[in-house]
Design a protein around this ligand. Structure first.
Ligand code: PEP
Length: 250
């Protein structure tokens, strides 16, 4: 089996700070009704809803996860949620280093890598987000920025990078309606894959997701690229019909 054969297609919904108990129940019922999907599917939900989402998805093939975790194990860290706590709720995934956390909460590359390490230690799969801002893209810095972000994760995680998922999310495409063209996205994914391939075949075989205004009408062309293994979906994951259509495109 070549490394490429092992790469799983995966679509992950990032609900961000959206939802209510009633809205979540309706959304999950809609997504479940459209399943099964050929690709792996997961939803990353606000922490207070984890128990209910876990119950609603029990017995389905849809996994659940969180949107962040602490870089600490336990203690005086008010407001933080540890990876071990998420694992207790049956989480499979946790997003780390989303650009909103990097921009709004000052999270740097090292902290993101530390969070990924805690997630792995707790048995979770971290989805490590990387991506450039518009200013960085316009300055021709995209390759250097994502190399630095991925490099920090590789430096701390070493061979355990092969147990992560990477999400390339150009910051200028998140929630803006602007999507990287399939060729633009593929160029960055290929760069990330080449870097991983210098480490090991296992590292080269991880799923690299694209995120940034993925919608039902652009999902298939993005997911059809050689190095794009699925998507991290924000806004469209709040609409069952749209999210299911994107899952089906993967
Ligand atoms: C995201 O939040 O990770 C994201 C990609 O958002 P959107 O799909 O809304 O651009």
């Amino acid at each position: 089996m070549s490394p490429g054969d092992r790469r799983g297609k995966l679509v992950v919904g990032n609900w961000k700070m959206n939802g209510s108990r009633a809205a979540n129940a309706a959304l999950l019922a809609g997504v479940k009704a459209a399943s099964p999907f050929a690709a792996g599917v997961a939803v990353c939900v606000p922490a207070p809803y984890l128990a209910e989402v876990a119950a609603a998805l029990q017995g389905s093939a849809i996994a659940w996860g969180a949107q962040d975790c602490s870089s600490h194990d336990a203690g005086a860290f008010t407001g933080e949620v540890s990876a071990a706590m998420l694992a207790e709720f049956g989480c499979r995934y946790v997003i780390v280093g989303h650009s909103e956390r990097r921009a709004l909460h000052g999270e740097g590359d090292r902290l993101v890598a530390e969070k990924a390490a805690k997630a792995l230690a707790a048995g979770l799969t971290p989805i490590v987000c990387v991506g450039e801002t518009l200013a960085q893209r316009e300055a021709g810095e995209t390759a250097a920025v994502v190399a630095r972000q991925l490099g920090a994760a590789i430096e701390l995680l070493a061979d355990r990078i092969g147990d992560t998922v990477i999400a390339y999310e150009p910051v200028w495409a998140i929630g803006t309606g602007k999507t990287a063209s399939p060729a633009e996205a593929e160029a960055v994914h290929a760069q990330l894959r080449s870097r991983l391939a210098t480490l090991s075949p296992r590292a080269a075989a991880i799923s690299i997701l694209y995120g940034g205004s993925v919608k039902p009408d652009n999902a298939a062309s993005l997911f059809g690229q050689a190095n794009i293994d699925g998507g991290l979906i924000g806004g469209a994951s709040l609409n069952a019909e749209h999210f299911a259509a994107i899952c089906k495109a993967a």
